[in-house]
Design a protein around this ligand. Structure first.
Ligand code: URA
Length: 204
């Protein structure tokens, strides 16, 4: 059962609700106070039928200004990392746990996650990817329902229902850490190997 109901889709099957309907349901969202401080709501971008969906934390300054996820420094790093998996931006879908920028890029608060994450859940059900790549702690905790930290979880896949889940460090956290960047590169190579071993259409 879905926490929010998308008008016209009372009992949607996976992949049935178009992303446009999820976006329309968000509207000019003011379900939490971030609606009053954002410049743009950052919904998500990419292939609506992607095999691999990336989940980030929340928009930063550049994303807030441009209305698109991962267009700043972390996004440049994400682009570079995608090459290690043999993927291009046009092949993936990206969305965040929060759709609006927390002031000063502070951590998302529980009430904000509670108000916003049902829309991420609907985006995931709409895209229905084989793989969910969680970028950092907030995405991982939402997807895997865990309190554990990313450092002890990264480096392997977890199966949760239909989805193969790969938690990785947030690409922004690696900008100033060679060790984390090395781990990210290894994890994106692992993603590339997983995709090669699980060709599309053969079930995850
Ligand atoms: N960091 C995120 O988690 N998401 C973005 O869209 C940009 C930076």
């Amino acid at each position: 059962m879905s926490v929010i109901e998308i008008p016209g889709h009372p009992h949607p099957k996976p992949g049935e609700v178009p992303l446009e309907a999820v976006r329309a349901c968000l509207g000019d969202c003011h379900r939490c106070p971030l609606g009053g401080t954002r410049t743009n709501l950052v919904f998500g971008v990419g292939d609506p039928h992607a095999r691999v969906m990336f989940v980030g934390e929340a928009p930063g300054r550049n994303e807030d200004l441009q209305g698109e996820p991962f267009v700043g420094a972390a996004g440049k790093n994400l682009d570079a990392l995608l090459a290690f998996a043999g993927l291009g931006r046009e092949e993936i879908y990206i969305a965040n746990v929060l759709k609006c920028r927390p002031p000063g890029n502070r951590d998302p608060q529980p009430g904000e996650i509670c108000a916003c994450s049902p829309f991420l859940r609907e985006q995931i059900r709409s895209v229905w990817p084989d793989v969910l790549v969680c970028l950092g702690n907030f995405a991982m905790r939402f997807v895997l329902h865990t309190d554990r930290g990313i450092t002890s979880m990264r480096g392997r896949f977890y199966q949760t229902g239909h989805f193969a889940v790969l938690p990785v460090f947030h690409p922004a956290a690696a900008l100033y850490s060679r060790d984390k960047q090395g781990d990210l590169e290894a994890d994106f190579r692992l993603l590339g190997s997983w995709l090669a071993e699980h060709p599309a259409g053969e079930g995850a």
